[in-house]
Design a protein around this ligand. Sequence first.
Ligand code: ATP
Ligand code: MG
Length: 322
Amino acid sequence: MEKVKNILGKGNSAGEVYMVQDKGTGRDYALKTVLLIHFNKDEIRAWVHLADKGKAPELYSFHLEDNRVYIKMEILEGKTLKDIFVSEGFGQLMADKEKSEQKKCFSLLLLHGLLENFELLREGKFTHGDGHSGNIVVLPTLDVQLIDFGSAKGIRQGDGIDHTNKLKADVVNIIRQFCAAYSGVDFNEYCDALKALQEKNFQDIQKSMTNIPESDRNWLFRVMLLVFDTVRDNHQEGFADTSKAASEVQAMLPPRKDLEDMKKKIAVLLFPEKYKNPHHDPEFVLEAEVNDEGNTLLDDPDLADLSTLVDLKKDFGDLSLF
Ligand SMILES: Nc1ncnc2c1ncn2[C@@H]1O[C@H](COP(=O)(O)OP(=O)(O)OP(=O)(O)O)[C@@H](O)[C@H]1O
Ligand SMILES: [Mg+2]
């Protein structure tokens, strides 16, 4: 016996993904249904491979009923990157110059997380095949998870599939998400991104980045090329081995302690409903709580204020430094 509680999200191929409660156990799960003719066996293989590493929702079960496959899985308590990109918090990250370090940190954390997931899939001999922003979930801890393995493929030699270009496509999609997270601007089409990276020419996209200083834009393009160089030539040695690029990305992040502080600030911006101070009612802001720019602590979280947040403590550990 099951009860549909609400819709978790909408996709193009599966339609709606529902939050369902099992009336017997009381446990909630996410239910996705896929038409049998669209069901791809590698979907489950690639998914379980990544879920075992804690980087995808746990797969509870799947079964066939009539012409549909019913997939039950863990509900991820995060937000898709697509939703983050249109959120108020992300808008603040993009617009507020004082948050430029947080913006850089978020985009690097995302890039690192996506590269880590790509490497894990590649080790298992899989490509994801559909790395758009609706298939990436950021958890409130800022950990990055992948969902929707409907286009995943096992890399098997001699099966007639062009795996080299599939690996390249996964990497280009990762670069696109990084670019969008740092600049708020995405390429129109996959082929535009591929062409710009191949030709090392970002003239078109930078027309939409006039609000970003030239040195920051150049930094962004350098990082994008650093990652693309792992798949530039289909015949190069170590093709699609992104582990070294991932280490270089990690080295660009702030040192450990600063990183933890930064992550908390970003998490409060992107997940205000989770990390909002329950004692803080924006309707009744005390004078002392308004900073020089007239923003409340919620707009511009102050570390002392954050120290009272139970969820933040739970997700990010010891806050004794606050
Ligand atoms: N485990 C989950 N926990 C929470 N939300 C989920 C989960 N799985 C899917 N969703 C939500 O449902 C949406 C659609 O899911 P999914 O991407 O699997 O469907 P799809 O139809 O295959 O998508 P696409 O349009 O990429 O083909 C996601 O973008 C996300 O918002
Ligand atoms: Mg999807």
